[in-house]
Design a protein around this ligand. Structure first.
Ligand SMILES: Cc1cc2nc3c(=O)[nH]c(=O)nc-3n(C[C@H](O)[C@H](O)[C@H](O)COP(=O)(O)O)c2cc1C
Ligand SMILES: [Fe+2]
Ligand SMILES: [Fe+2]
Length: 409
C-alpha cells in the first residue's frame, strides 16, 4: 500500500494536504524512469461557508483518494473544485469525486481546462464549470482567490491560485518534483538537499520542452509581487515550501535558464567494444587536468543509464561531451535517443564537443554535428576517427577538450 499523508497545514483558514506516495510507478508519462517515485498532492480548505478542493490524485488511486477525503469532509459538502491543470496525474480522481459530491461543486479553471476535462471525462463533468480570466479575483468563503494563468507550466491549461489574505500559492506542477520526500515541507535541510536533484530531473523531463516559459512565468508572478510575499507554496508534487517559499521558484528559474554549476562537464557516450571508451578516457583525463569535474554516463554491454537521469544533468553543466560510435551508418541507437531527448527537453546554449569512432565510414560525428548546429548548443569541435585511437587522434582529443574548456570559461 502506498503511504498516504493527511495533515493540517493551517488552522485559519483550515487547510489540509492530501498526499499519496506513488512508489509503484516506474515510468512517469510512460517514458521517464523514476525509481525515486512521485507524490500527488491535493489540498482541502474549509473557509466560511465554502469547502474548496484543490486538484486530486491519479486515477489509479481514486478509491484511496475518496477514502482520505472522507476523513476530512463529506464529499457532498465540497462547494468548489479548483482545476489547476488537467493532466490525469491530478485530475484522474475528479470524476469520482464529483459523483460522490452529487455534482454540487463548481469546477474552476481556464477555458483550456474546461475543454480538456470534457475531452478526458465527458460532458457531465463540466456542466458546472466556471472559466476564469487571467488575474481574475473571486470571493470564496470570505477569502479572495486570485487565479493566474501560467501557460505551459505544464500545459496550455495551467494556472495557479493565490489566496490573497493568507498569501498562499497553490501551484500544481510548477514548484513540483519527483521523489518521495520523508517530510511534507521544506523545514529539514537534509530532506530538501536530497529532494532538489529530483526536482531538476522533473523540470527537465516534464516541462523542459517549454523551459523558456518557466523563466517567463516566474517573471510574471514576480512582477505581480506574489512570489516575494508568499507565505507558502503548495505544489501538486513533492514538498510544500513554507520555510523558504522563494527557494523553489529560484531553483526553477535556475534550471529554466540553465545556470551552470562551476566546472561540471557532462560526458555521455556509448561503447560497444571499447573504442569510443578509449577516446573518452583521454577526454576525461584532459578535463581533470583543467580542474573540471566530469559527470559520466556511459552505455556499454554492462550498463545503460536512464535517459531521464542524463536529462537532469544538463541544465547545470558548463558543457557537454558526446562520444558515439557509428552504427549501421547512423549514430549508435542509445546516443541517438539520448540526443533526441536532450535536443527536445534540454536545449540550452552550452558548448558541445563531439567524439566519434567508426569501422569503415564515420557517420555518427557528422550526424551529431548537424543536429547540434541546428540546436541552441554551440559546436566546439568534432573529433572522429577509425578504430583504435592513434597518438595523433589523442592529441586532437586533448586539443578539443582545451577548446571546450576555454569556451566554457
Ligand atoms: C552493429 C554494428 C554496426 C556498425 N555499423 C557501422 C557503420 O555503419 N559504419 C562504420 O564505419 N562502422 C560501423 N561499425 C563499427 C563501429 O563503429 C566501430 O567498430 C567503432 O570503433 C566502435 O566503437 P565502440 O567499440 O566504442 O562502440 C558497426 C559496428 C557494429 C557492432
Ligand atoms: Fe503535468
Ligand atoms: Fe503533475
Amino acid at each position: 500500500m502506498p503511504e498516504i499523508w493527511v495533515e493540517k497545514i493551517l488552522d485559519e483558514p483550515e487547510l489540509y494536504i492530501l498526499r499519496i506516495d506513488d512508489e509503484r510507478i516506474k515510468y512517469f508519462e510512460a517514458t521517464w524512469d523514476i525509481p525515486e517515485g512521485i507524490t500527488y498532492n491535493a489540498y482541502l480548505m474549509k473557509t466560511g461557508d465554502a469547502v474548496v478542493l484543490f486538484d486530486a490524485w491519479k486515477k489509479d488511486y481514486t478509491e484511496e483518494f475518496l477514502e482520505t477525503l472522507r476523513k476530512l469532509v463529506d464529499p457532498k459538502e465540497i462547494t468548489h473544485i479548483i482545476i489547476h491543470h488537467t493532466e490525469p496525474d491530478h485530475s484522474g480522481a475528479i470524476p469520482a469525486v464529483l459523483e460522490a459530491n452529487g455534482y454540487r461543486a463548481q469546477l474552476i479553471g481556464t477555458t483550456f481546462a474546461k475543454r480538456f476535462m470534457e475531452g478526458f471525462y465527458g460532458e457531465k463533468v463540466v456542466e458546472n464549470f466556471y472559466t476564469i480570466k487571467d488575474g481574475e479575483e473571486r470571493n470564496i468563503g470570505g477569502k479572495t482567490f486570485r487565479f493566474i494563468t501560467v501557460p505551459w507550466l505544464h500545459w496550455p491549461d495551467t494556472m495557479i491560485t493565490y489566496v490573497v489574505e493568507d498569501k498562499l500559492i497553490f501551484s500544481c506542477d510548477a514548484g513540483g518534483g519527483y521523489g518521495i520526500p520523508e517530510a511534507i515541507d521544506d523545514s529539514d535541510e537534509e530532506v530538501v538537499k536530497r529532494y532538489l536533484p529530483h526536482v531538476t530531473k522533473y523540470i527537465v523531463t516534464v516541462i523542459g520542452h517549454y523551459h523558456k516559459y518557466i523563466v517567463q512565468n516566474i517573471k510574471k508572478l514576480k512582477s505581480l509581487g506574489i512570489v516575494e510575499e508568499a507565505r507558502m507554496i503548495l505544489p501538486g508534487h513533492g514538498l510544500i515550501w513554507r520555510k523558504n517559499p522563494m527557494r523553489i521558484f529560484e531553483h526553477y528559474e535556475r534550471v529554466g535558464a540553465g545556470i551552470p554549476e562551476k566546472d561540471k562537464i557532462l560526458v555521455i557516450y556509448d561503447s560497444m567494444y571499447g573504442f569510443v571508451e578509449r577516446r573518452m578516457e583521454v577526454v576525461i583525463d584532459e578535463l581533470r587536468k583543467h580542474g573540471k569535474k566530469p559527470v559520466v554516463y556511459r552505455f556499454t554491454d554492462k550498463e545503460a543509464p536512464a535517459v531521464s537521469d542524463i536529462l537532469g544533468e544538463v541544465p547545470d553543466s558548463e558543457a557537454i561531451i558526446i562520444g558515439a560510435s557509428t552504427y549501421e551508418a547512423e549514430i549508435h541507437p542509445r546516443i541517438r535517443y539520448t540526443l533526441y531527448e536532450i535536443l527536445d527537453k534540454a536545449n540550452y546554449e552550452k558548448p558541445v564537443l563531439i567524439v566519434g569512432a567508426f569501422g569503415w565510414a564515420g557517420v555518427a560525428g557528422k550526424k551529431i554535428e548537424t543536429l547540434i548546429t541546428r540546436s541552441k548548443f554551440d559546436l566546439v569541435d568534432v573529433v572522429e576517427s577509425r578504430g583504435m585511437p592513434r597518438s595523433e587522434d589523442e592529441e586532437k582529443l586533448r586539443e578539443g577538450v582545451r577548446k571546450l574548456v576555454a569556451w566554457a570559461g
